[in-house]
Design a protein around this ligand. Structure first.
Ligand SMILES: Nc1ncnc2c1ncn2[C@@H]1O[C@H](COP(=O)(O)OP(=O)(O)OP(=O)(O)O)[C@@H](O)[C@H]1O
Length: 249
């Protein structure tokens, strides 16, 4: 059998909160005299995660706010480096994460398309051949503003262009973080149709969402995270059931 496309063991990462900015009298009283992760602002948003994902798996990640879901996607994307354990991804990753985050405000839509596409490993000739298709996918407004600096784009236009670029990557691993929560109804339909098409091609999906319909629609498998730990690695229905039980407690 082929090796898993994503594999992690004992995976953990530590963040440091900016205590100067966040320090409050209440915190001072709470932490005085105590030495621990939180006392100096250091904490583990994710710890001790062990899992493997096979090519073609569709995994939904559920959990309360701030339990490390987006951090997990950023570790898979290679944007963050673990402090403990390891993670291996055997294939290129198309990250539908912060969709307009990589854009340079002073560059035009067209220039950003080449920049971001290039950063994700697409060759200039491949990009030139696909520009029309990508731009038409992004919609009329973006098409008309293609040679305007991105700082004049609305947030919806930036997200559309970002989605159009990333969804055209041929990469086998697709990471999606609440992308269907942004944009209007038409954009959402486009997102759904695109994700369906990409999954039909056998891509591997890791989806973070609070939208249970989306999770159930796209994912066979489910991870339920709580306080940075893996509580359930099972079917999507099992992960959702445990999450509901925890929320009701
Ligand atoms: N760069 C960072 N530096 C310090 N702390 C961070 C950083 N990024 C995230 N955090 C903190 O790490 C924890 C996990 O954040 P993460 O975004 O992974 O949670 P999440 O489960 O995706 O939350 P949500 O459901 O609200 O999107 C949170 O406490 C968050 O405030």
């Amino acid at each position: 059998m082929a090796d898993p496309i994503i594999e992690a063991a004992g995976l953990g990462i530590r963040f440091v909160r900016n205590r100067r900015r966040q320090l409050r009298l209440r915190d001072l009283a709470l932490h005085r005299g105590r030495r621990g992760d939180h006392a100096d602002g250091r904490f583990w948003p994710l710890r001790d995660l062990t899992f493997s994902i096979e090519a073609g798996d569709t995994v939904g990640v559920i959990g309360r706010n701030g339990t490390g879901k987006s951090t997990l996607l950023r570790l898979i994307a290679g944007v963050l480096i673990p402090d403990e354990g390891w993670i291996t991804v055997r294939g290129a990753v198309a990250p539908l994460l912060e969709l307009s985050a990589g854009f340079s405000a002073e560059l035009t839509g067209r220039e950003n398309l080449h920049l971001v596409g290039g950063l994700h490993g697409l060759s200039p000739s491949y990009l030139r051949r696909r520009v029309e298709e990508i731009v038409s996918f992004a919609g009329k407004q973006v098409e008309q503003a293609l040679d305007t600096p991105v700082r004049h784009y609305s947030s919806g236009m930036k997200v559309r262009l970002g989605f159009a670029i990333i969804s055209h990557l041929p990469h086998p691993v697709l990471l999606v973080d609440e992308v269907t929560a942004v944009g209007d109804a038409e954009f959402r339909q486009k997102c759904y149709a695109t994700i369906d098409r990409l999954l039909g091609e056998g891509r591997t999906l890791v989806l973070v969402s609070h939208n249970e319909q989306d999770l159930t629609r796209f994912c066979r498998r489910g991870f339920y995270l709580d306080a940075g730990r893996m509580v359930v690695d099972g079917t999507m229905a099992e992960a959702l059931a445990e999450y509901h039980r925890a929320v009701a407690r």
